[in-house]
Design a protein around this ligand. Sequence first.
Ligand code: AGP
Length: 605
Amino acid sequence: MCGIIGIASNKPVSINIINSLKKLEYRGYDSAGLATLHQNTIIEKKCSGRVEELEKILFNSPSNGNLGIGHVRWATHGIPNETNAHPHSSDIVSVVHNGIIENSDELKKKLELKGSKFKSQTDTEVITLMITDLLKNNDPLESVIKTLKQLKGSFALGIIFKNFENYIIGARRGSPLAVGYANNENFLGSDSYALKSMTNKISYLDDGDICLLTKDKIDFYDANKKRINKKIHLLSDDENISSKGDYKNFMSKEIFEQPITAQNCIKEYIDNLKQDINIYNFPIEPNKINKIILIGCGTAYHSCLVAKYWIEELTTIEVEVDIASEFRYRKLKFNKNNLYIFISQSGETADTAAALDICKKNNVKTCSIVNAVESTIARNSDWVLPIHAGPEIGVASTKAFLGQMLVLYILSLKLGHTRKDIDDKSYQHNLKNLKLIPNAIKESLKIESNIQLMAKEFLDAKGSMFLGRGLSFPIALEGALKLKELSYLHAEGYPAGEMKHGPLALIEEGLPVIVIAPEDKYFEKTLSNMQEVIARGGKILFITNQKKVLVNENIRFSIKVPLLDNMLSPILLTIPIQLLAYHVALLKGCDIDKPRNLAKSVTVE
Ligand code: AGP
């Protein structure tokens, strides 16, 4: 949700802070700031807008100092402007924060009664002024520990102190925080992605941990000021820093690298010599699994909805799907033979992480399907199945969604075969089809020029509807989400069979309706629903994998992707809906990689 960086070094830090903030902008980008310490003075610079605005400010008035903190913001409390940008500083303390302090109003009133003066509308400034007040009678570490004990809610913090030039204090509860080690300098960051261009030696703070970081060492404490040790992880060297290459933005790169990322993912899980899926270390003996609960948010939730059909089709296991922010507040009934699977590209989504925590506290077995294998969700799961998609920078998820579906399909297939719910013949048939996916994706991407024409239908549209049945219904939801989050156009995803129960009222002359209808058992039924829409003036944009082309003068556009086994249709039907959202957003001049109001990893609830 927000990005944090802190650097303690033997050389000036402001340039490295700026460069790290640029890598963190995917986490939030409505304002930015930094504070350095130089000759016992806190030098704070901040602005609304992007990091490049902050860079211009520094160019005109450089910030000296070998110790500093920086922040990119996704606003929670207070509008995105310079005053509310982080850091929040008093004359002796400066703080950057990611998270939400739920009792900030109550604490603010107490501080104001003691004479504290607030400048911003943020919850973070409460932390700054509370520490400032406590420093009158405590050292910095004590002041921080006493402050944290009064906070309700989540935080990842970076804090510097005017009279203590050589260290940064970091603290974590509910929002991710990592540290990095180098020669004559050490780093604090929201995630390893911000640090990996400066070091490959990383430690992760857990909830309740506090660190005291100087250029020479990093000490860790628990909430009772007891020294603790943290493991040093070596980041895998294939975690290379993303670049756009020849693409104009990360999203187009990530859409077009899907044949490769699909290939990489399949290669990781399919043993070509044994013609088998090499997944063995199940946390529950497969024949003992009586229910699978799939949990995620947004696009990750949509991959759960697709997987429900696959698990029902390939196994006899009962399946439930839930949105993480709903799951975490339900009155849940746990069973030791339930397997809870958490889908998360970033592995840092607060609602998904909280849902996982509840399962851990109830001693049930958990699995996470993630892109970031060093993430909080991955580290807290009993079992991790990586999607091997490589860093996804575009806020709108594309290759990660495809990777999530691939791994869920592979897992469903393995479970079905291991439990003998499907026979060897069916297993081998499905494995053979699986290997055809990378090329089929490459073929699907060739429809881009048709999609560019199709995109023009949305320029004057006041909304749109995506319809699908069965495995295509979650893809209809995903298509609507993609269009919303990239082009800011209203879009609804609906089960085609539901139209007559209300949403048909939305249909009017010229409204674009995207009908997703592969050659499956629902095809004829979906065509009938399409007729209902045509009869009311809807403009049909048809997406299928049908060999025979459907001729109907009311179909404005017809897009065809390759026909593989119908079980795999969601994977290929995703390509046109990704490209459609992309090209509509391009036509509308929207920011493709950083859509307004969004963030890549939603680490607050
Ligand atoms: C994806 O296009 C969206 N930006 C968003 O819904 C995302 O899928 C959701 O926030 C979950 O993120 P995660 O996969 O990192 O947990």
